[in-house]
Ligand binder design. Structure first.
Ligand SMILES: Cc1cc2nc3c(=O)[nH]c(=O)nc-3n(C[C@H](O)[C@H](O)[C@H](O)COP(=O)(O)OP(=O)(O)OC[C@H]3O[C@@H](n4cnc5c(N)ncnc54)[C@H](O)[C@@H]3O)c2cc1C
Length: 500
């Protein structure tokens, strides 16, 4: 290794959506962060098109949701297969839809935010080695034909499905292949489809069309009788034929600017943490694109980890808090693997029993509101909740909706002039304490928590004191707690005042 060694607080390997959101959060919290990305230039390969409601809420808590929505098209329902649609229009959120926008738009906004907040993003740097000791982590990287060293207190592998960090840690990635020989192409169409997203399936395969918004469309097609090794797509004429046969309409595909093939695996790392190194996003879990969950889950991993890691760097997080990244996010990853796996298997159903099951589920989903509502909450991420102690208030661990608030201090330079809702209050990356009184109890922790009262003092939170984590989930709540109880809860979640 050369003598050069860059020292920082957190090293992030991989500048995909997961790494970029994490970098922006850490930099906003004042943590020194460097992202190492092996690609020399920004990615122009869009995979994800769907940004779900919970991710939009997370982006809203970073001041990015409205800008992202301006780049795409909101859809009030999402068709999964056959006639099965999830209706998102009744979700209890500011974003009752799925946003269709190419992944590159999400990455661009996240990168701009991270750089503005002070994150260093180094491209053309491929991580090849990792060592850790009691004080920190050393990464070895190849850049410009040389090997260089990077040192930090913590490192996070957000380096995708083929994660080098995961391999260097010796963490396995068990699972199986779900579907092979899926063809991708970016094309122009002679006839614009009637719907924003066009999906179809037959006995032989499926096809999907989504707009980039600039006249180009992404087509994804699969035929069970065709095998194409990864990276060797069939000619455009065949892709057009597959799409036409499956969708039952000829949209006049022409002018492919790019095409490829891929196979989709269903895998999950058993451990998201090894000492001072964490895994997030596709490095920790991967599954079929059905339901559009991958990028969304990665963004939410990053939002869960960032404030815990910032607190550790600032010296007020316990090791147990860092462990909650695994206990909270591993079950979410597992549930996503299960639901996207079930979807893809039903969509690819070939055997008579599975096709019968698919028919039955179609009927159930069409007629049972409760199934439809659960489906919408599952797909959108709005239904995610984290485990809380048995004797905790029922709100603990739950997602907190965008409450109307009053009395918020500290408007940020780049934030709204007078914040009046929770997702604006979260933009500084701090906890939010909501209460009709006793707010001064939080004064000693003013560097870690902002305080506000519910806008409606007589509403549901009239007697409840609610402490909300920087990722928008309830840390703790109590009805009419005494000052001592409140201070104990603040000390539990925010450490000893003045520790940093
Ligand atoms: C066809 C398709 C459609 C999809 N549709 C959706 C959808 O609609 N919605 C959705 O939510 N998800 C979707 N996904 C999944 C989504 O694209 C991924 O989940 C998402 O890109 C994962 O983000 P990430 O940041 O974790 O990893 P990645 O985006 O894979 O980024 C990893 C980064 O790490 C870099 N890297 C790798 N190794 C190293 C190294 N050794 N050193 C330095 N850098 C390294 C890579 O160059 C890359 O930039 C789809 C996927 C596919 C294939």
């Amino acid at each position: 290794m050369t003598a050069k060694q860059t020292v920082t607080d957190v090293l992030i390997v991989g500048a995909g959506p997961t790494g970029l959101l994490l970098a922006g959060d850490l930099a906003t919290a004042g943590v020194r962060v460097t992202v190492l990305e092996k690609r020399g230039t920004e990615s122009n390969l869009t995979r994800a098109f769907a940004v779900h409601a919970r991710s939009l809420e997370m982006l809203d808590a970073r001041g990015l949701a409205d800008d992202l929505i301006a780049t795409g098209r909101p859809l009030g329902s999402l068709r999964l297969f056959d006639k099965v649609r999830v209706d998102l229009s009744n979700l209890p959120t500011r974003f009752p839809f799925v946003l269709i926008t190419p992944q590159s738009n999400t990455e661009r906004l996240l990168q701009e935010r991270a750089e503005k907040a002070g994150a260093t993003i180094l491209r053309g740097v491929e991580v090849t080695g990792l060592r850790q000791d009691a004080e920190g982590v050393t990464l070895e990287a190849r850049e410009d034909g040389r090997t260089t060293g990077y040192r930090a207190r913590y490192a996070v592998g957000t380096d995708g499905v083929h994660s080098t960090v995961r391999d260097l840690l010796g963490i396995p990635f068990p699972g199986e292949s779900v579907v092979n020989s899926v063809v991708l192409a970016d094309v122009r169409l002679e006839r614009e489809p009637a719907e924003v997203i066009t999906v179809g399936a037959t006995e032989d395969g499926f096809a999907f069309l989504a707009p980039f918004g600039d006249g180009w469309y992404r087509v994804i097609a699969w035929d069970r009788h065709e095998q194409h090794p990864d990276g060797t797509p069939p000619p455009l004429e065949r892709i057009a034929e597959l799409t036409r046969n499956t969708l039952g309409q000829d949209y006049g595909l022409h002018d492919a600017r790019w095409s490829s093939t891929f196979h989709s695996d269903e895998r999950q790392a058993p451990n998201y943490r090894s000492g001072r190194v964490f895994l997030a996003g596709d490095a920790a879990h991967c599954h079929s694109p059905a339901g559009g969950q991958g990028m969304n889950t990665g963004l939410q991993d990053a939002a869960n980890l960032s404030w815990k890691l910032a607190a550790a760097v600032q010296g007020w997080a316990t090791d147990a808090l860092l462990d909650t990244y695994q206990t909270e996010r591993h079950p979410v990853g597992k549930a996503v693997l299960r639901s996207s796996g079930a979807l893809v298997r039903l969509a690819l159903a070939h055997s008579a029993p599975t096709r019968a099951l698919r028919g039955a589920l179609t009927t159930i989903a069409e007629h049972l509101d409760v199934v439809a509502t659960r489906g919408a909450k599952l797909v959108s991420g709005i239904g995610i909740r984290y485990a809380a102690p048995k004797d905790a208030h029922p709100l603990a661990g739950r997602r907190v909706p965008d409450l109307r608030l009053t009395g918020l201090e500290e408007p940020r330079e780049d934030g709204p002039a007078s914040p009046e809702r929770l997702y604006e209050a979260l933009r500084g990356g701090k906890f939010v304490l909501v209460s009709n009184d006793e707010l001064s109890a939080a004064d000693p922790w003013a560097d870690r928590v902002v305080t506000a009262a519910p806008a409606d003092p007589h509403g549901k939170l009239r007697d409840t004191v609610l402490l909300i984590r920087p990722d928008g989930y309830a840390a703790w709540a109590a009805v009419d707690p005494g000052r001592g109880e409140l201070r104990a809860a603040l000390a539990h979640w925010l450490g000893t005042p003045g520790d940093n």
